[in-house]
Design a binder for this molecule. Structure first.
Ligand SMILES: Cc1cc2nc3c(=O)[nH]c(=O)nc-3n(C[C@H](O)[C@H](O)[C@H](O)COP(=O)(O)OP(=O)(O)OC[C@H]3O[C@@H](n4cnc5c(N)ncnc54)[C@H](O)[C@@H]3O)c2cc1C
Length: 468
């Protein structure tokens, strides 16, 4: 028997909903919600459906349900009242929720690899690996995402050099199950940003490294001029030091004259007690921790330090539909022009300040060679600047801001791509059209792994790009 389910399951910010009717695997079909406890349970349910001739229009897989967008689906507004607006699939879908498939299957301390069920969260994986003296090399700002779901959208970590890469860069193999219940193994790394269209990812084998600790420092610079001196000079010098891990820059939007900059630097700590913090960096003072607020200067296990502690958690989302994320990637060689174009637009009125109270967060992501990664090495880009936006407001208010950002980057002739799991204005397929040629190869692989076209909605944004 499946556990009792609520009627609807919504994503992180309460803007996408899937119906969750209780259904036994044996009765499953279009409009059902399956939460298998293992790959074999999933395979049995899919084979049984296939034998009964039941073909759902589309199968959608849900991991942590943290994404703000599911580009392989066509989603429509369910309610004209914008404040309550929720989007849902336009036709009955079979939803496969893999969150109960969350075990570590095998750890190989010799080869430093771990095989996990795809529904395990990075948080659980990191904590369980620590017991064995191991760690994953990189994490996103939100470790509650699942290993299978994060790779679905090309989720990246925060950092410079290879530490900032797409998390799936650590993968060795995926196990996927198609609509017929066939189990297949994918070892071509170019497919690891899978966008949910290759089948249900049931297991992942990934590399790990010895357990490590990090310390974070944060320095406050009075003026935006620091942005380029950090990016061009200081970070390069840091990257050559042995203990460097990653950086992030936060640009204040309220002070439109100076746009002060906070620079976060993560370095490898000797242990949890390593509290030797450099008091200044390029003349800027260390930021004091304020009582009651998340500390910005501290030491801990890497999985405590890497999350962005100022990012809302699911419980902190003010009300459904009021917190959103978007993220654009530009070639780091054009970073300065991109930031100035953004700020020129932001400074025109107060709407950016209201929508982006935590400012403009800039991270650095090294490119990868995955076909559908928004940070892939297409056009010889080696390093991307990620413009990460934590946005507060209704969907239409946020959409208006995103349109202005996309327009100002286009006017400044700065090519950009967008995060597959976050919002954009122009449509993910169009914004990520630089992947057009690679999308052809992805489409061929997808059609072979999923001959029933069960995981790609023909009306979706992604289908437009894959069939272009
Ligand atoms: C607070 C917050 C902070 C974030 N920080 C970052 C960040 O630092 N860097 C970054 O890059 N992103 C970040 N994100 C975005 C997030 O990492 C991605 O949206 C990620 O894909 C979510 O993973 P999930 O497990 O919740 O997957 P879901 O949201 O459930 O699914 C994501 C996609 O993968 C598919 N999918 C999920 N599981 C499977 C599976 N097992 N098999 C096949 N398809 C599957 C889904 O159909 C969907 O297309 C953040 C999101 C939040 C809410």
């Amino acid at each position: 028997m499946l556990p009792a389910m609520p009627d609807r399951e919504t994503n992180f910010n309460g803007t996408i909903a899937f119906d969750t009717p209780s259904s036994s695997p044996a009765a499953a079909g279009a409009g059902s919600y399956l939460r298998p406890a293992s790959r074999d349970e999933l395979v049995d349910a899919l084979k049984d459906m296939s034998d009964r001739g039941v073909r759902p229009a589309t199968i959608v897989v849900v991991g942590g349900f943290s994404s703000f967008e599911f580009p392989q689906l066509s989603l429509a507004d369910e309610n004209s009242d914008e404040a309550l607006s929720l989007r849902g699939p336009t036709s009955p879908h079979l939803v496969v929720d893999v969150s109960a498939m969350n075990r570590i299957l095998h750890v190989d301390k010799q080869s430093l690899t771990v095989t996990v069920e795809a529904g395990i969260t990075y948080w659980d994986l990191a904590n369980q690996l620590r017991e064995k003296g191991l760690a994953v090399e990189n994490l996103s700002a939100y470790p509650e995402v699942t290993v299978g779901g994060a790779s679905g959208t090309g989720t990246h970590g925060s950092g410079h050099a290879f530490h900032g890469k797409n998390l799936a860069d650590q993968f060795i193999a995926l196990e996927v199950v198609n609509a017929r219940g066939d189990v297949q193994r994918v070892v071509d790394p170019r497919l690891f940003t899978h966008l949910g269209v290759l089948g249900v990812v049931t297991a992942v084998t990934l590399r790990c490294i010895p357990m490590f600790f990090l310390k974070q420092t944060c320095y406050e610079f009075a003026d935006l001029d620091a942005f380029d001196s950090l990016r061009i000079g200081a970070f390069r010098a840091l990257a050559e030091t042995d203990d460097f891990y990653s950086t992030m820059i936060r640009i204040d939007l309220v002070d439109t004259t100076h746009h002060p900059v906070r620079c976060y630097i993560r370095t490898v700590a000797t242990d949890e007690d390593d509290r030797a913090f450099q008091p200044t960096f390029l003349g800027a003072p260390l930021v004091d921790n304020i009582d009651g607020e998340e500390p910005s200067v501290f030491t801990g296990a890497y999985y405590d330090v890497l999350p962005d502690h100022t990012t809302a958690s699911r419980v902190q989302v003010p009300a459904p539909g009021t917190y959103h994320q978007a993220e654009y990637f530009v070639d780091n060689r054009l970073a300065s022009q991109a930031v100035h174009a953004f700020l020129r637009e932001a400074d025109k009125d107060d709407r950016f300040i209201t929508a982006l109270p935590t400012g403009l967060k800039c991270r650095f992501v090294s490119s990868d060679d995955q076909w559908m990664s928004a940070t892939s090495n297409v056009d010889d880009v080696e390093l991307y600047l990620a413009l990460q936006l934590s946005l507060y407001g209704s969907r239409s208010e946020i959409d208006a801001i995103l349109k202005r950002i996309e327009d100002c980057l286009a006017e400044a002739e700065i090519p950009f791509s967008c995060h597959w799991g976050k919002l954009c204005h122009g449509g993910h397929g169009r914004v990520n059209r630089k992947l057009k040629d690679r999308a052809k190869a992805m489409e061929a692989a997808r059609a072979e792994l999923d001959p029933d076209d069960a995981f790609l909605d023909a009306d979706s944004e992604l289908a437009k790009l894959l069939s272009a």
